[in-house]
Design a protein around this ligand. Structure first.
Ligand code: NAP
Length: 215
């Protein structure tokens, strides 16, 4: 699958490396061209000069930028990403890491869907720390990738991607469920912040209903 990853930080580098190892064709785009080239070379991926150019050449686009930039980037790539799967891996954290900025309103994913209305937004990978995105079996068993979206085919595509890198995809329902996925991610982040942990905790739903396991 041709995957564009917008962002070359913790998430972009981790997912990009895993996707390449799973046999996918990955193209990175961000703002800092030199860093983008380095991250792409390390992962065995390509680069594009802009997020829009990366989106235009991809089947699936992964948003791996800070949430404060995500709406802007979604708007920027909206035309080139139209009709395609747009994976929202972001978490709408407050700038001071005291919680989520979206509480009481739509989830970050729903706002991204609004900014890029013709794309098929799927919330995924936001509940998985970068350490696990790079190594899904880090804790001795496959971490769960909780996936929410309104388009069944788009969700199946993302479930297949998650599965291809060794995560267990769980169908968490429609895009309104992104509110819960963002809250769940925050729970894990807050736990790490409070305890000075090593950012390797992951969710595995014990006894998950067979029909929720997406691939
Ligand atoms: N870290 C985790 O374990 C983790 C896990 C799950 C989800 N998340 C979420 O995933 C998102 C990314 O996290 P991260 O830890 O990877 O962040 P990060 O390390 O700070 O990386 C952010 C990346 O976004 C790029 N970027 C920022 N603004 C941009 C713009 N306008 N256009 C294009 N690229 C832009 C930056 O590129 P430049 O350097 O070129 O500016 C950088 O490569 C966040 O929403 C985070 O909450 C993080």
């Amino acid at each position: 699958m041709k995957i564009a990853i917008i962002g070359t930080g913790n998430v972009g580098a981790a997912l990009g490396g895993s996707f390449v190892r799973a046999g996918h064709e990955v193209t990175f785009a961000a703002r800092d061209g030199a860093k983008t080239a380095t991250v792409a070379a390390t992962a065995g991926a390509r680069t594009a000069s802009t997020p829009s150019a990366a989106a235009a050449a991809a089947d699936v686009i992964v948003l791996a930028v800070p949430y404060t930039e995500a709406i802007r980037v979604a708007g920027e790539i909206a035309v080139d990403a139209a009709g395609k799967v747009l994976v929202d891996a972001t978490n709408p954290l407050k700038a001071d890491y005291s919680g989520l900025s979206t509480v009481g309103g739509p989830s970050g994913a729903e706002r991204i869907q609004k900014a890029a209305a013709a794309t098929k937004v799927v919330k995924a990978f936001n509940t998985v720390f970068a350490s696990l995105q790079a190594n899904p079996g880090l804790n001795g068993q496959a971490a769960d990738a909780l996936i929410a979206g309104d388009d069944a085919a788009a969700k199946a595509t993302v479930a297949g991607l998650a599965s291809s890198i060794g995560l267990r995809p769980i169908d968490a329902g429609s895009l309104v469920g992104a509110t819960e996925l963002e809250a769940l991610a925050w729970l894990n982040i807050a736990l790490q912040l409070r305890t000075g942990g090593n950012w390797s905790s992951s969710f595995v739903l014990i006894g998950a209903p067979e029909k929720a396991i997406a691939a």
